[in-house]
Ligand binder design. Sequence first.
Ligand SMILES: [Fe+2]
Ligand SMILES: [Fe+2]
Length: 336
Amino acid sequence: MESTQLASASANMKLPAILGSLQSDGHTVSISNDNVEADISLSDVGAELLGQVLHKCDGKTAFGAIMDSVPEVSRTRIHEALSALVDTGLMIDRAPPEARTGLDVLLEIEDLTNRLLYETLYKNVFWQNCKAATSHEDMPRNVMYGLVIENYHLLFRESYFDAPVLSYVGNTKARLAMNAFFAEENGHDELLLKSLNHIGLSRDELFDSRPLPQTMALINALAYWAHNDPIFFFTTLGVLEGKDIQEDSFIAAAERIGMDDDFVKPVKTHSNLNLGGQHGNLTRQIFQNMPVIDDETIRRLRAQTYLFIELYDAFFRGIWEHYSVADKLLRPTATL
Ligand SMILES: [Fe+2]
Ligand SMILES: [Fe+2]
């Protein structure tokens, strides 16, 4: 890990700086600091020229300008030598790390997220059938109930993943936005409970039942990210609360295939609360207030987006795969 970081830092060296004192008398070159002392030589570069180069490594002179002042020396050769010095702790690159604004980064992550959603989730068996359904033959009643049951399990545990970021000290505006969001969001499971009560499922029965493994995987992953990588967690909120494309398609399907009004209404109310409260914009609001995000974090956000969308896709596919064949709606824990 350490050598990789050093290699990538030195590969883009911009403002090299000696860490220690440099002695160069035209015949030998050496650098020493509290930890290391080393004589430096390059087989194809004389000590005098090497000394000239190293004298200019003051953390203020750009690598390009240093090399322009000694055109007779190979740029690649010196770069290799300076990189080796970085590895031994005798040199650092004083250039500030590359970074971009929060909003700029988020727009890139949103593009990636949308591409992955279109390639996977929007094409999965649940949403394909939901969008095309005209009757219960296309979209079994239990699958419709299943979506609300699993969403209930998710919302019932929303504090698992929202709570860790309520105390996020990295950015005050982000923390305040998260707190306001949680105040609106808390208790939304009660809305879905109304739908489920209508089909004969009680609060106690739901409490004594277990979510699908795919649902719990999503919940646990979100809780892990909220604890360990809050910035990535913030990117997921926009998708989960989103533009409510999924919920709208679900409600449209429910109305088209003639689901009971008392079952659909609370789900619709929840969807409208998300829209009215502009919950889909929360992520943008948070990232607008992040002045800079460094390159390493950007790479991490990109990498984890793939896993998050896979988990979200699996959540909906899991609902279809289980509820389209299960003979019972709940998986009780009381009988275990
Ligand atoms: Fe909600
Ligand atoms: Fe919401």
